[in-house]
Design a protein around this ligand. Structure first.
Ligand code: GLA
Length: 337
């Protein structure tokens, strides 16, 4: 009896020592064998895009040695700020983040500064209180305007392949203009369509309330019913889920795949659709480089922490591969995806 009480007390002491050292980020307590802990926070972990970033963050950590990635889903502002508290409590030295809302930028940076955590943004750029981009925070993102332009060019090309009459055709552009990278993609796409010769007045914009398939489906439905005269639709949107919402809406309203062309962006989020036994209105997807975003951001953050080398403030990744039903497996495996 006595013995077990003592053992119990001993273990209590051990637990509290553990808790104290676990919470203390003071370097005095960390031995050189302790790994560098880095957070990798993403707004929509259900998208394969972000799962790919996570997977390549882990690969970078392995290659660098003695680096540990703490992956956290941050669907809203509250979860984001809590995640930063938890990272600090766990002794992390910095984090990579795709924020659920760019306007959280100042709050995120204030917290990070208070804990002395280094920050690299991926995909979506922070905005300050005046709504301007926070260009002082290092950012890795896709070259949004250029990739959007490619979407517009490929849509136009496919319209010509199908020998559609422009008279019967319109563009449904599902927009999300509050998100700068989204606005730049859809504007790039629309510009390219106009440049190729598509009539500007037949490009119909419909804003989505949420960046997922249900939101885009609603946005598309409300536009489709306003234009019963249109026979063929080209669908523009900032990523795969957005144009997929558009495709689902055309199907719901009785359009055949022959009368719909949608091209997504992200690529990794298009695998299910491209694997379907029969083609839908979704022609394919432009795959940028989620692998590079995940890998590079961890590499740069680690170098910043270990060697004090500050990363470049802005890296725009321009590489893009056009995935279609006949090449997507091969192209994804070429990139190790
Ligand atoms: C935004 C979108 C994601 C993905 C990334 C790529 O965050 O919401 O789906 O396209 O950009 O940078």
């Amino acid at each position: 009896m006595k013995l077990s009480k003592r053992t119990f007390l001993k273990s209590l002491v051990a637990v509290s020592i553990l808790a104290v050292t676990g919470l203390n980020s003071n370097p005095v307590y960390s031995s050189s064998a302790e790994p560098i802990k880095l957070g990798f926070l993403v707004k929509q972990p259900e998208e394969p895009w972000f799962q790919t970033e996570w997977a390549f963050a882990d690969k970078a950590a392995q290659a660098l040695g003695n680096v540990q990635i703490i992956k956290i889903a941050i669907p809203d502002g509250e979860k984001t700020l809590n995640a930063i508290d938890n990272l600090a409590a766990n002794g992390a030295k910095g984090f990579v983040i795709c924020t659920p809302d760019p306007k959280l930028g100042p709050a995120i940076m204030a917290k990070a500064r208070a804990y002395d955590l280094k920050v690299i943004a991926v995909d979506d750029q922070f905005l300050n209180a005046a709504g301007e981009p926070m260009t002082n925070v290092p950012l890795i993102m896709m070259a949004a305007s250029e990739i959007g332009q490619r979407q517009g060019e490929e849509l136009y090309k496919e319209m010509q392949n199908r020998k559609w009459d422009v008279k019967d055709t319109a563009v449904l552009a599902i927009t999300a203009d509050e998100l700068d990278t989204a606005r730049r993609r859809t504007e790039g796409s629309i510009e390219a369509l106009i440049k190729a010769g598509f009539p500007k007045e037949k490009i119909y914009k419909s804003p989505t309330k949420s960046n997922d398939i249900p939101g885009a489906l609603d946005a598309a439905n409300s536009m489709l019913v306003q234009h019963p005269e249109v026979k063929n639709w080209l669908i523009v949107g900032m990523n795969d889920n957005t144009v997929l919402g558009g495709v689902r809406a055309t199907e719901g309203q009785g359009f055949k795949p022959e009368n719909v062309v949608a091209i997504g962006i992200n690529g990794v989020d298009a695998v299910n659709e491209l694997s379907k036994p029969r083609a839908t209105g979704f022609l394919g997807s432009l795959l940028p480089s989620p692998d590079i975003h995940g890998y590079r951001s961890v590499e740069l953050l680690t170098k910043w922490i270990r060697e004090g080398v500050e990363p470049e403030k802005y890296i725009a990744v321009q590489d893009v591969v056009f995935l279609k039903r006949d090449n997507f497996k091969e192209e994804l495996s070429k990139k190790g995806l």
